[in-house]
Design a binder for this molecule. Structure first.
Ligand code: G3H
Ligand code: 13P
Ligand code: ZN
Length: 333
């Protein structure tokens, strides 16, 4: 099944408009129906483009076939929700996050994904290039866009734990991009995966200096930031108030992401914030209503809170709110 039959678009035009209009497209991970619904509703309300992301872990959890059907349903859900609200439709990408092998990328492309990431960042420079190039050559036959990665983020990513950052070297990006043919590049400049990025008191700082150097080497090329959750402190406090035991931690300050979104950064990945908000509201409802056993009663408030969070990210952090109409118009040309 080709992604166009399902109503998805690839990321090409989205990123062209994002570079020109200085915003970043939100890339939100999902594992279940409530997350998809919240992403779709939040982004339609914000009139923001969106990239729906599926990790290897999400495919294993939800079953690849079921998950890809859920992704397909998202476009129909978007259309009916937009109509109900009297709002315009928004462009949507279905993206494989951290694809680790050629075979996984191929499988996703065959099942209707419009974009894939091949993450060869744990390989040597040459092996990363060879693997990424192979995926690009296959994906481009179907007009599927490909994200590559150079540099290693600290934190937990699927089963891999990296203790330290290996910042992307600006001297390598031009060669990587031209030899692989990737459509966008994920870089490591101080963000990290997961909810435990920095201890309170530490001063998180995205290396904007490295980003600027990279921009100079590949002007106008779409850059991707992974590990960009901000770890909302009210959600962490709510989790701990209602029986959770999360270590105190802080994430990437939203002001720094706002600044990055106004640069060559075209895609910002957020997953952990959604997990935290969902867990916080689930714990609150169950703690306050210990006799409750109807999933709609405890998942509903969590879904509402996630919807509000996604909308706010578009409006206040990524500058992507209100950008859907321009992308829809550019796609029609
Ligand atoms: O990069 C990691 C994403 O947050 C996906 O996480 O592999 O636990 O689904 P996951
Ligand atoms: P967070 O863990 O910061 O949400 O990052 C998610 C991510 O990069 C998915 O690829
Ligand atoms: Zn990531």
């Amino acid at each position: 099944m080709h992604y166009t039959e399902l109503g998805f678009v690839n990321s090409k035009v989205m990123f062209e408009v994002a570079v020109k209009d200085k915003f970043a497209v939100p890339a939100f991970n999902f594992n279940n129906m409530e997350q998809i619904q919240a992403i779709v509703m939040g982004c339609v309300e914000a009139q923001s483009p969106v990239i729906l992301q599926v990790s290897k872990g999400a495919r294993a959890y939800a079953n690849p076939v079921l998950l890809s059907w859920m992704g397909r349903g998202a476009v129909e859900m978007m259309k009916s929700y937009a109509k109900e609200k009297g709002l315009g439709e928004i462009p949507m990408v279905l993206h494989l996050d951290h694809g680790d092998t050629f075979e996984t990328c191929k499988e996703c492309i065959e099942s209707g994904f419009s974009s894939v990431m091949i993450d060869g960042s744990h390989h040597s420079f040459d092996d990363n290039i060879n693997l990424s190039k192979k995926v690009v050559e296959y994906a481009h036959q179907f007009d599927v866009t490909v994200e590559g990665e150079l540099g290693v983020l600290a934190g937990v990513e699927d089963d891999v734990v990296a203790e330290d950052h290996v910042y992307t070297q600006p001297a390598e990006v031009q060669e990587f991009v031209s030899r692989t043919g990737v459509d966008s590049l994920a870089i490591a400049i101080g963000t990290s995966h997961g909810a435990f990025k920095f201890k309170p008191g530490q001063k998180p700082q995205i290396r904007m200096d490295i980003l600027k150097e990279i921009e100079l080497k590949i002007p106008g090329f779409p850059i991707v930031l992974h590990g960009s959750s901000s770890v909302p402190q009210d959600a962490v406090a709510m989790i701990n108030k209602y029986g959770g035991k999360l270590e105190d931690s802080i994430g990437i300050p939203e002001g720094q992401l706002f600044e990055a979104a106004h640069s060559a950064v075209c895609k910002i990945n957020i997953d952990s914030d959604s997990r935290l908000v969902l867990t916080a509201h689930l714990r609150r409802v169950l703690a306050e209503n210990p006799a409750e056993f109807d999933p709609r009663k405890y998942l509903g408030p969590a879904r509402d809170a996630m919807t509000a969070m996604y909308k706010e990210k578009c409006e206040k952090v990524l500058n992507s709110a209100g950008k859907a109409p321009a992308i829809m118009a550019a796609l029609k040309k």
